[in-house]
Design a protein around this ligand. Structure first.
Ligand code: ADP
Ligand code: ADP
Ligand code: MG
Length: 661
């Protein structure tokens, strides 16, 4: 076994690898960028080496610096985690050339599977069923369009170098093909530096079912059963589970055999995942699954497999890379119970799952799952850490394991409703709604489920009067009062409050809320709210609500949802807000990729105005209402969070302008 390894990654996966290494008595070296100088993975590792500025291209993607860090610390092997350099065969060559061990497959295996088109050609030859479509070299738009027609719509355009759901566009109709192709190519070029694509048949009622495989350097390869990752948004997984709901012995046999065959076809060593797409329109049939791609690394969702098979896949990775045989044979790997993983992201589900940033001023996970279930929280952040625009906005993974799917779903719901995060927009409410969705609970999942139920799953629940009142009370100045386990009762009787109604202004989203807080003769607080909350209704507080205060804000938690209120200073009339209604601001830092309208153009509500590229994805910024453009950001401009992207002509002058035409 190695005595010291370097982890060429950050965030939760770096922490995850460090934990197993420590358990095995292996010393760890972390690497970090400027933004991560104080991050958890740096704190957890035995040593840490700074490798550059925050942008990934100057730090986590700098193979040369990472290898230098490994050499200077006397490291024997490098664990790449997922993402970043984990599937970069040139990096593997660099590592090996430096006399170090790469904890993962050979560069040749990665090359064979790295590009989706070449991988499909290879799998076809190996006798593994592949998704019908075009995966050839030629890339002329006319050819691709005619292939799409041959395949039959709907089709899916995919970046051959793609990953993380990027560079992928579903096309319903031939008229939309060329636009979708350009968009996919732009995104692929920006994210992967390669804009070549393949075109696939869009499978009906698709389910994403993948098989965990593991190989060693002695020609052995086993599978560790399947995971279902059909719960997706933006073609990206949000809840994963093992085993797949409704899996039949016949399909499991066919899929796991195909997966092992695929791994053996490339002499695979280490942890890998064969992703299949399954047509579930007629139930789960053994002849209705096709190879999509192989991920030649540890997968984000590997913990669900660990929980149902009782293995530590990172331990297996270290053992195999250090030259040991696979710890178990196929017949020794058994399935037990059901596991679910929910990915908690900083993102705004209601705004099309737009990634968010922010400081996690308040961060609390449950200590344990409910009775009869076990839980793991995989995270790379602590309270006070920031979700920056530089990296993936995942905050944590909640993983639960119980005797069956029903019990695991309940445990997940319970764990989510006891999770508290404030300081950034998060998807916990969405995840809880998904974990309680009747179709999802029935195991009737396919990749379109989230889209079909989007309104119900992502609708912004308005806070009840009770919740608003709790926020108003906390905002009214109670902050200055002594803390207690039961803040509401300890506040009672504060003489200077008696008879005086304190006016407090809050903002929930765009809505202004005016509250009057006073103390009743019996010493309890009373909050009266203006419309839309019933102004005559008052509230008292018997149970202390769960809440967090952070600069300028109060977040009240109810279930898995955090309701965040901005506390506005009643004296400062916000002319910023007034100005903002006549303009559109960048929701996050990014690059203005494409500008579609010009100054003076009259635009209609919903019309795309420009494309902002942020976090390696394209976001269309559309007109919030009919308006005339007074000013618009320039193509190629780098903007920060809150920068005005578009300014509209003031409504009155817009009407005059319209009337004058
Ligand atoms: P796939 O969708 O191909 O199965 P996964 O869902 O396993 O991939 O996620 C891998 C993705 O995670 C990468 O493509 C990358 O966008 C993202 N990622 C890379 N590094 C990190 C990291 N350290 N922390 C969180 N996410 C990361
Ligand atoms: P990535 O490398 O981004 O993970 P994949 O090829 O694995 O790309 O596809 C990501 C997701 O897109 C899949 O999990 C699945 O939900 C969907 N998808 C991919 N190919 C198809 C297809 N041919 N038909 C329907 N859905 C598909
Ligand atoms: Mg994939």
């Amino acid at each position: 076994m190695f005595s010291k390894i370097l982890i060429a990654n950050r965030g939760e996966i770096a922490c995850r690898v460090i934990r197993t290494a420590r358990k095995m008595g292996v010393h760890t070296v972390a690497v970090y960028s400027d933004a991560d100088a104080k991050s958890l993975h740096v704190e957890m590792a035995d040593e840490a080496v700074h490798i550059g500025p925050s942008p990934v291209g100057e730090s986590y993607l700098r193979g040369d610096r990472i290898v230098a860090a490994a050499l200077s610390t006397g490291t024997q092997a490098i664990h790449p985690g997922y993402g970043f350099l984990s599937e970069n065969p040139d990096f593997v060559d660099q590592v090996v050339a430096a006399g170090l061990t790469f904890i993962g497959p050979s560069a040749a295996s990665i090359r064979a599977m790295g590009l989706k088109d070449a991988a499909k050609r290879l799998m076809e030859k190996a006798g593994v069923p592949v998704v019908p479509g075009y995966h050839g070299e030629a890339q002329e738009i006319v050819l691709l369009a005619s292939k799409a027609r041959e395949i039959g719509y709907p089709v899916l355009i995919k970046a051959r170098a793609g990953g993380g759901g990027k560079g992928m566009r579903r096309v319903e109709h031939p008229d939309d093909f060329s636009e979708a192709l350009s968009s996919a190519r732009r995104e692929a070029k920006a994210a992967f530096g390669d804009d070549r694509v393949l075109v696939e048949k869009y499978v009906d009622k698709p389910r994403h079912i993948e098989v965990q495989v593991f190989g060693d350097n002695f020609g052995n390869a086993v599978h560790l059963y399947e995971r279902d990752c059909s719960a997706q948004r933006r073609h990206q997984k949000v809840i994963e589970e093992a085993p797949a709901p409704g899996m039949t012995p016949a399909l499991r046999k066919a899929m796991t055999e195909a997966a092992v065959k695929a791994a053996k076809a490339i002499g695979y060593s280490g942890a890998g995942t064969i992703e299949f797409i399954v047509d579930a329109s007629q139930g789960l049939k053994p002849d209705r699954f096709w190879f999509m791609e192989m991920n030649t690394r540890l997968q984000v969702e590997h913990p669900v497999t660990e929980m149902v098979t009782g293995t530590d896949l990172v331990e297996w990775q270290l053992r195999v890379a250090s030259g040991e045989k696979l710890p178990k044979t196929q017949s020794e790997i058994a399935l037990s119970g059901h596991a679910l993983e929910a990915r908690i992201y900083a993102e705004d589900a209601a705004k099309g799952f737009l990634p968010a940033t922010g400081t996690l001023h308040h961060l609390k996970f449950p200590e344990a799952a409910c009775e009869g279930a076990t839980m793991r929280v995989e995270t790379g952040v602590r309270a006070g850490d920031a979700i920056s625009p530089y990296y993936d906005p995942m905050i944590a993974k909640l993983v639960v394991h119980a005797k069956d799917r029903q019990a695991a779903l309940e445990a997940l719901g319970a764990a989510l409703s006891r999770t508290e995060i404030a300081g950034s927009t998060v998807n916990t409410g969405f995840l809880a709604a998904l974990a309680a969705d009747p179709d999802f609970c029935a195991g009737d999942v396919d990749t379109g489920l989230i889209g079909r139920h989007q309104a119900a799953l992502t609708g912004v629940a308005l806070p009840t009067g009770e919740i608003v009142s709790a926020a108003a009370l906390a905002a009214s100045g109670a902050a200055a009062l002594p803390p207690s386990n039961d803040p509401w009762s300890s506040l009672s009787g504060y003489a200077h409050f008696h008879g005086v109604a304190r006016r407090t202004r809050l903002k929930f989203g765009e809505a202004d809320i005016l509250a009057k807080v006073s103390v009743r003769p019996d010493g309890r607080f009373q909050v009266a709210l203006d419309a839309p909350y019933d102004s005559t209704n008052s509230h008292d507080f018997r149970a202390a609500p769960r809440l967090a205060r952070w600069p300028g804000h109060i977040t009240v938690f109810e279930g898995a949802v955090g309701y965040t209120f901005a506390v506005t200073d009643p004296l400062a009339r916000s002319d910023d807000a007034a100005a903002a209604s006549g303009s559109l601001r960048a929701p996050m830092p990014g690059l203005v990729k494409l500008v579609r309208v010009a100054k003076g153009d009259a635009v209609i509500k919903g019309q795309p105005l420009l494309i902002l590229e942020a976090m390696k994805m394209e976001h269309t910024i559309a007109a919030p209402h009919d308006a005339v453009v007074a000013e618009i950001a320039a193509e190629g401009a780098q903007v920060t969070d809150g920068t005005v992207l578009v300014r509209f002509v003031e409504e009155q002058s817009a009407q005059t302008a319209a009337a004058g035409r």
